[in-house]
Each structure stands twice: as C-alpha cells, then as structure tokens.
Design a protein around this ligand. Structure first.
Ligand SMILES: *Cc1c(COP(=O)(O)O)cnc(C)c1O
Length: 440
C-alpha cells in the first residue's frame, strides 16, 4: 500500500466516498499558489507576534495568574502591552472578564458614548447581536435607552462606500463610527484593511475628533496590517476567534487610543479602578500561547475557506468570497437557496469534529438572533469559531457561514464531509462533478 492509498483508505473508512475524495484532490491541487501566499502572510505575522513578545520581555512569571483583586498582575499588563504592539495602538485591554466579542464591542461603545451622542455605521447593518446593543431592535440596557441615537448608511449595490450619504449623516452629535470588517451574516464583501483606512480618512476629513472603531472579529492576522495601522481609534475582537489561536477559553480585546481603552476599563471594572483590577486567574498561559499560534491557525482556517469556496463554486453554488478573490477574513459564505442545504452542510461539519461528532445539530432560537440558527461546532472551547464550525440562520437566502479549522487537514476533512452530506441528501450531484473539475 502506498502512502496515498492509505490516506484514501482512511477517508473511505471515515465516510468520504471515492468521488468526493477525488473531487477534493482535484480542487486542492489547483490551490498551491494561493496557499503559498497565505503561508507568507502567516510567516510575517508570526514574526510580528514573536517580536512583540520579545520586546515586552514576556517571562515565565507572566504565565502565572493572580487572584482576588488582581493588583499588579504583571502577566496581564504585559499581555496588554503585547497586544498594543501587535495592533500598533497606544494601549489595549485584554481580559477574561470580557466574556465574548459582543461584550467587547458593547463595552467599547458604551464606555465611549454619552447621552446625546450619535453612533454611525457607514457600512450597513452591523452584526446581529449588536442590534440589541445599539437598540435597533428594542432591548433592555441598549444604547438607545441611554439616549444614544444611531444612524446607518448602507453600502452601495457594488459594495462600495456611499460617500455622499456618509457625509450627509455626520452631524455635530456624531461621536463614534463603527466599522465592521467582516461580512458577518451578510453576503456583502468583507472590507480590506486598506479600504477601512480610506473610509477612516474620509470620515476624519469631515470630523477629525470622531472615534473610529473597527469590529475586527475574524479579521486578525488575515493580512499583514491591522486596522490600527490605518487610523482606527479602537480595534475590537473576540479571543475565541482568531487571536486566541484556539487555546484561549474565553475573552475579548480592545486595542486603541489610550483614552478610549481607559474609558472601556473604567466601564468594565468601575470608575476609579479601571485597568488596575481584574485578576487573570490561571488563564494567561493560554492567552499567550494562543496568540503565539494565532497566525498559523488563522492560515489553516484561511486555507479551508479558500478550499470550500473553490469546491462549492465549481458545483454551481454562489459563494462569497468567490474562489479567486483575495481574503480579508476567515469566513466563507455558501448559499444553498433552501434550508435543507444549510442543514446538510452543518451536519457534515459536525460529523467531522473531534468533539461531539456523534451529535446531530438542529436549528434553534438563539439569544441575540432574530431567526432560528443551526450551528455546527464540535469544539474544544464551547462555541469557538476559530475551530471548525458553521452556522446558518434559517432564513433566505439560506446561506451557511463556514469558518475555522485549527489545522488545514482538519478543515479539509470537514469540508469534504459537508459535501458528502449534501451528496447523500441528493443536493449535490457528485458523480457529474469530476468532468467539471477536469475541464476548469
Ligand atoms: C462573532 C462576531 C461578533 C460577536 O462575537 P461573539 O463572540 O459571538 O459575541 C461581532 N461581530 C462580528 C463581525 C463577529 O463575527
């Protein structure tokens, strides 16, 4: 038996038919140049992270934690300095007390906005869970309840910025502009760091003192630059996505201008206490090590996303981004047009997991979302979406959002499993695939 044969045998034993396997090989075989570019970005970012750790003299003692109030937590303070260096910002708040990405974003907004201020999103509707933070959907404790108003300018049909409308919607009260890098649950293009920079420059040209915040979820380490490099005053994200590298079990970060970060710290803990308190408990080793691994973990997830795009594009399903586009986040959207496709895809991803592969995901009502959502996640960290995961709101256009994979071989296996499930459900015609692949 040759090595290739034995890999094929294992795939077969794990439920991947010969047709699906060979189709996958044909698609992957064409992606060598894309993968080389992804590896090059990972190399750059690995050095960026390492350099920041060395510069701040991360020591063995930094990996230990504090308890109680957490005064003089050297590991926590050093980690925040490392984040500030990586994101090229003045300061950062990186804490296990920030429970998730939504919490980090809510914290950044609520601590930097005051009654009477206005918030503007110049890139269309923000991520679903932020609707309740802002009060777009009425919600207890929303910014709206505190007298912060909200305006939104949608992207143009072609995904471009509607500069004219943005200008019209910046007023005296506009205090903060929120820019979401990733597409989230939409099929609009994700913003590159360069385009975010253009938008920030335009906005600051109209109102220099406005705070520009970037929701950086899923974007970290995908490019060589981050929003802090192009003028963002706050860069915000979740540690159970890219920057946690799969190891952080909880947490969020806010990197940015000193004043903005301090405002967030006073809100997170208490006025007068700010960054001084907040014990790191035993979590710092995972925060550091996860950050250290994050560039290559992000690269693995990106390879999976590129592979999925090419695989499903050839099958005729609309994919965003498409197979050849450049990437600015790790999310891949595939539109199936019917609920059954979303469900089959997610069940395939679930069955490929290292944890809970035997369970069958079902659509359910989730807090913060306005439609039923099906989620596939067999993760070491519950809900972690840097691990191989997929989710799809059960509403038109019935698109699934796929992301993650701590290693490329695992991402590849999960995507093949998803295709196998679609094929088994009669939703993708695997037998007719191979000629298509050989043609393209
Ligand atoms: C995931 C995500 C959030 C929210 O993060 P949670 O950790 O799920 O609360 C916000 N914005 C975007 C773009 C995201 O992808």
């Amino acid at each position: 038996m040759t090595d290739t044969d034995s890999i094929k045998e294992i795939y077969k034993a794990m439920g991947i038919s010969q047709e699906v396997y060979e189709y996958g090989e044909a698609v992957a075989g064409k992606l060598q140049e894309r993968f080389r570019q992804i590896d090059e970005v990972a190399e750059y970012n690995q050095l960026k992270v390492l350099r920041a750790m060395q510069k701040n003299q991360v020591s063995e003692a930094c990996l230990l934690g504090t308890t109680g109030y957490g005064y003089n937590d050297m590991g926590r303070d050093t980690l925040e300095a490392v984040y500030a260096d990586i994101f090229h910002t003045e300061d950062a708040l990186v804490r296990p007390q920030i429970t998730c990405g939504t919490h980090a974003l809510a914290l950044a907004l609520m601590s930097n906005l005051r009654p009477g201020d206005e918030l503007l999103s110049p890139v269309g509707k923000p991520y679903d869970t932020l609707e309740e933070v802002i009060g777009i959907r009425p919600s207890r404790g929303s910014l709206r309840e505190y007298g912060v108003t909200y305006r939104q300018v949608d992207l143009l049909e072609d995904g471009g910025f509607d500069y004219e409308k943005i200008r019209e919607n910046i007023c005296d009260r506009t205090r903060l502009v929120t820019i979401q890098r990733s597409k989230g649950y939409q099929t609009r293009p994700t913003l590159s760091v360069e385009r975010i920079g253009e938008l920030i420059a335009f906005i600051k040209g109209i109102k220099p003192d406005v705070i520009c915040m970037v929701d950086n979820c899923y974007g970290e380490f995908v490019e060589k630059t981050e929003p802090g490099d192009v003028g963002a005053d706050m860069v915000v994200g979740s540690l159970i996505k890219n920057p946690g590298g799969g190891l952080a079990p909880i947490g969020g970060y806010i990197a940015g201008k000193k004043e903005c970060v301090e405002n967030a710290a006073f809100r997170l803990t208490s006025p007068g206490l700010g960054k001084e308190v907040g014990a790191s408990l035993g979590i710092l080793k995972d925060f550091y090590q996860g950050l250290f691994l994050a560039p290559t973990v992000t690269a693995a997830a990106l390879k999976g996303a590129v592979f999925a795009a090419n695989l499903y594009e050839t099958l005729g399903f609309p994919v965003v981004p498409n197979g050849s586009e450049s990437r600015h986040d790790i999310i891949q959207a595939v539109t199936f047009g019917k609920p059954e496709g979303v469900i089959a895809f997610c069940r395939g991803i679930q069955s490929a997991a290292p944890v809970d592969s035997h369970v069958t995901p079902e659509p359910w009502d989730m807090p913060g979302y306005d439609a039923k959502v099906i989620m596939a996640a067999g993760a070491f960290v519950s809900g972690s979406s840097i691990e191989l995961s997929a989710d799809g709101p059960i509403k038109p256009p019935y698109a699934v959002y796929f992301q993650g994979g701590l290693t490329w071989p695992h991402a590849k296996f999960g995507i093949l499993k998803s295709l196998q499930c679609l094929a088994d459900a009669g939703l993708a015609d695997v037998k007719s695939l191979l000629p298509i692949v050989t043609l393209c």
